[in-house]
Design a protein around this ligand. Structure first.
Ligand code: SAM
Length: 233
């Protein structure tokens, strides 16, 4: 499947395994991921936030209940909420979520706004888990005909080391652990290049005060399934 579908499938897979009750998709665009997530019956609150009101409105009515939602209702009612807003601003509606997703969003922010995003998501929203995806610049030489960034609106594209440096700083400052993975197959000879889209799966660190919060050399480059097999919610 195309890369954007693989990214959505990654989130859906995480949701199936971890069964979060409250999920918010930051930079939800035309609600495509939300339309897929609404079929996961454990979710009780599904929210989307985007800075662009028009893009949210474009297909938001497709989130309305369909006949099978009435014929085969889940155990809990599902509430879907869509918010216009910026990930750089503290918004009380986005607090208290089990899972925050941010798929191909951060590279659209100026670097000083990435700092705001980091504080808003991990310091203020403080979800149990967060899935953050962004292009892997190390992969760009493998993309035919690409000169410059992958999209005209990208403000930066991080190498694996740059992304992981940011992510590990997030962990140290806000008390999370992270596993690095991605989607977009690694070419056979070029494993060190990593995935086309790199993904960090953050989970709040519940190891308490005794254990060190994050040991870079232990959690660095742990691949996603090993951390996500258990139901954490
Ligand atoms: N997450 C979707 C996906 O994976 O298909 C859309 C990704 S699209 C490349 C980036 C989205 O982020 C756009 O819908 C854009 O409007 C939104 N966005 C950009 N800056 C934002 C901000 N400061 N706050 C919230 N959303 C923002």
């Amino acid at each position: 499947p195309p890369l954007y579908i693989q990214r959505y499938e990654f989130v859906i897979d995480f949701v199936k395994k971890n069964k979060p009750k409250k999920v918010v998709d930051l930079g939800c665009n035309d609600c495509t991921l939300l339309r897929k997530l609404k079929f996961h019956k454990e979710i009780e609150l599904l929210a989307g936030l985007d800075i662009d009101c028009a893009v949210i409105r474009a297909k938001m009515y497709e989130l309305a209940p369909i006949p099978t939602d009435y014929l085969q209702p889940g155990d809990h009612p599902l509430t879907i909420e869509l918010y216009q807003g910026s990930v750089t601003e503290r918004d009380p509606r986005t607090k208290g979520f089990d899972l925050v997703t941010s798929i191909e969003l951060i590279e659209h922010l100026q670097l000083e706004d990435v700092d705001r995003f980091t504080e808003v998501v991990f310091g203020y929203m403080a979800p149990v888990a967060a899935i953050i995806s962004t292009p892997n610049a190390d992969f760009n030489p493998l993309l035919p005909g690409l000169t410059g960034f992958r999209h005209y609106d990208h403000k930066f594209e991080w190498t694996k080391v740059e992304f992981q440096t940011w992510a590990l700083k997030v962990c140290r400052e806000f008390g999370y652990v992270v596993a690095f993975t991605g989607v977009g197959q690694i070419p056979a000879q070029e494993e060190s290049i990593g995935f086309c889209s790199q993904i960090g799966v953050f989970q709040i660190d519940r190891s308490g005060g005794d254990a060190p919060r994050l040991q870079n050399n232990v959690l660095y480059n742990v691949v996603y399934p090993s951390l996500c097999d258990s139901n954490i919610f």
